[in-house]
Design a protein around this ligand. Structure first.
Ligand SMILES: NC(=O)c1ccc[n+]([C@@H]2O[C@H](COP(=O)([O-])OP(=O)(O)OC[C@H]3O[C@@H](n4cnc5c(N)ncnc54)[C@H](OP(=O)(O)O)[C@@H]3O)[C@@H](O)[C@H]2O)c1
Length: 165
């Protein structure tokens, strides 16, 4: 059975990724504090605060896929330090915000990125997270750079609907 570790899984996107993996027959474990919400039926939540020592102790096994939802560079770094050798493949959910500009027609993945100077800024933190992950994982890493993600259960859609006239 394919073994998938979701670093997150209690927020909206992570929960949907976990739900999809469960539906495809994977064993799915989610590592999170459990503050943002619940994990989908069929997935197992291991509660841990990733800023604490030993946060990854309970997930020290072999994983076919690790999916990282966080982007705080310290969380990303602690995860790759603890788990990179145990992952066959790793997916980092990054963002289209990493690109320096967004007005160049035909730009592709090779377009210049923001330089990460201020890690409290979203784009800078995402670029730092990408670089840290790439250094540890090499060609086992997929970096996904989505634009706006929407869909059923999206909490922002509920807020927009509530604010609509
Ligand atoms: N929505 C969009 O349009 C869009 C577009 C581009 C990229 N993205 C990216 O998509 C991702 C959104 O993911 P999401 O909706 O699943 O979740 P999220 O609300 O961004 O939360 C991230 C996950 O990390 C966990 N987490 C945070 N701090 C933690 C800690 N100290 N220890 C352990 N776990 C911790 C949270 O769980 P707990 O709070 O339960 O611990 C949560 O499951 C982000 O990376 C975002 O940048 C989103």
């Amino acid at each position: 059975m394919r073994r998938v570790l979701i670093l997150g899984g209690t927020g909206w996107l992570g929960r949907e990724i976990a739900r999809d993996a469960v539906s495809r027959g994977a064993e799915v474990v989610c590592l999170a504090r459990g503050r943002s919400g619940h994990v989908p039926e069929g997935a197992r939540l291991i509660q841990a605060d990733r800023t604490s020592p030993g946060a990854y102790d309970a997930v020290q096994s072999e994983w076919d896929e690790v999916v990282e939802l966080a982007y705080e560079p310290s969380l990303v770094a602690s995860a790759v330090d603890a788990l990179a050798p145990r992952a066959r493949h790793w997916t980092l959910v990054s963002s289209v915000s990493v690109y320096r500009t967004n007005d160049e027609v035909g730009a592709d993945e090779s377009a210049p990125l923001v330089e990460p100077h201020d890690l409290s800024r979203y784009a800078d933190a995402k670029v730092a997270a990408e670089r840290r992950s790439a250094a540890a994982l090499g060609d086992r890493l997929l970096i996904a750079r989505p634009g706006l993600i929407v869909g059923p259960g999206d909490p922002r859609a509920a807020i927009s609907a509530a604010l609509a006239p």
